[in-house]
Design a binder for this molecule. Structure first.
Ligand code: AMP
Length: 424
């Protein structure tokens, strides 16, 4: 089978790496891919948000399956265009990707189908939004309705800050994405991510994970796209996973089908867990990045049959993919300046040595090739991913590999997986 992977980050490198091991995969094409992916696949210079370019590529290549990594092309309707051209695609239609594309839609949907989440209101007028704050206690959670490159959620500590943020968002801070706001109750508890595969009618659990969003050790500093992840997440034990499937994932898939928006692809549920109960923080319509990296490393079974079943139906009766018992961790190496202006162009050495540490795979997230060199070309640049017989051993292996990478501009958090290590 020929697979086309859309995207060029660490998530897509991990997908290509895992699918390359499938006995059924003969060729992988990536658009646009990256220098790490280029070792496994043919990379075509088409951007992940260039829907016309991607359609032209897909018509030319006629892949047996297209796997769409990032959310933006899904929300923009790439899966719809591919299905209309009879090309199987792993990823939801635009009408289903709205679960991530509109926070307001997803909140209304959860209430309609009895899916546990924080109390909220939706607003387009500043005065009404501000008076809704009377019903809440600080901190205040303000969310731009639409996609805002992961920056659309603001947690305001004071009423004055919340009111200023309401004015800023409703007057275009995130463009059209913040023309409408969700304001919601602040939830306390422990966050975790859960992933399920869906074919429009049926959902099969895939894996749980936890990530670290803040840039600094001890979960301090500004939010990022994610500085590291690990799987499994101890808080998502078997009973909690069963609860999440029964009360959240299955009602979501049934509800979306009832709405005429069958959900196909991976459903990523961001959870807040407290006192044995999980509530939804948000839905995402794609794999997490870097959660995907740890999930792919842990998959024992070939995921291709289930990814295909998501695209074309037939998940009913599929058992959950077998995972290795060994935990996995991924440490993000970012460029100095991230999450602000990352320093680009620094030459990265030691990648081969890092990859020789037992259990380690280094995924490329934001790199470019300059002659014989690999250079930094983004904020999050490498995902040093390791598995091991214990989480502590996996973490130790990942940091041993990090220390072999010679890249003066690079930095990483030194405490990835601290919460799970503290538990054990
Ligand atoms: P989101 O983009 O919706 O995942 O929000 C980004 C982050 O904001 C989440 O990972 C949470 O840490 C936090 N957050 C979002 N909504 C809430 C909430 N209602 N209560 C507490 N924290 C929240």
């Amino acid at each position: 089978m020929k697979i086309l992977i859309v995207g060029g980050g660490g998530r897509e490198h991990a997908l290509a790496w895992r699918l390359k091991q499938s006995a059924r995969v003969t060729e992988i094409v990536a658009a646009p891919g990256n220098p790490g992916i280029a070792a496994l696949a043919r990379c075509e210079p088409v951007a992940a948000d260039d829907l016309d370019g991607l359609m032209a590529l897909a018509r030319r290549e006629r892949p047996n399956l297209v796997i769409v990594g990032p959310e933006a092309p899904l929300v923009a309707g790439l899966a719809d265009k591919l299905r209309a051209a009879d090309i199987p695609v792993f990823g939801p239609s635009a009408r289903a990707a709205i679960l991530e594309g509109s926070k307001g839609f997803s909140k209304d949907f959860m209430i309609k189908y009895g899916i546990p989440t924080a109390a909220y209101g939706r607003f387009t007028e500043p005065a009404k939004a501000k008076s809704f704050l009377d019903t809440l206690a600080p901190p205040y959670v303000l969310k731009a309705d639409g996609l805002a490159a992961g920056k659309g959620v603001v947690i305001a500590g004071s009423r004055a800050e919340a009111e200023a943020e309401i004015d800023a968002m409703l007057s275009g801070k995130f463009g059209a994405a913040s023309a409408s706001l969700v304001i919601e109750e602040f939830m306390t508890g422990e966050e975790a991510s859960f992933f399920a595969l869906c074919d429009g009618e049926t959902a099969v659990a895939l894996a749980g994970a936890q990530d670290h969003k803040r840039v600094g050790d001890g979960d301090t500093g500004p939010n990022t796209g994610g500085m590291g992840a690990y799987s499994p997440a101890p808080i998502l034990d078997a009973a909690m996973q069963a609860q999440v499937m029964e009360r959240i994932v299955e009602p979501t898939v049934r509800g979306m089908a009832a709405e005429g928006r069958p959900y196909r692809g991976v459903l990523f549920v961001g959870l807040m867990i407290e006192n044995g109960k999980a509530r939804v923080v948000e839905y995402n319509c794609r794999f997490g990045d870097p959660e995907c990296q740890v999930i792919m490393v842990r998959l024992k079974d070939d995921p291709l049959p289930q990814l295909l079943a998501c695209a074309t139906g037939g998940l009913a009766g599929c058992r959950r993919l077998e995972r290795f018992a060994d935990p996995a961790v991924s440490v993000v190496m970012a460029a100095a300046g991230y999450p602000g202006e990352p320093r680009k162009g620094g030459v990265i050495g030691g990648l081969a040595e890092a990859g020789k540490v037992p259990g380690v795979t280094v995924f490329h997230a934001g790199t470019a090739r300059m002659g014989d060199d690999i250079v930094a070309n983004g904020g999050r640049v490498l995902n040093v991913t390791a598995s091991g017989p214990t989480l502590a051993e996996a973490v130790d292996r990942a940091y041993r590999a990090v220390d072999k990478i010679d890249w003066p501009d690079g930095f990483c958090r030194r405490d990835i997986a601290w919460r799970a290590l503290a538990r054990s």
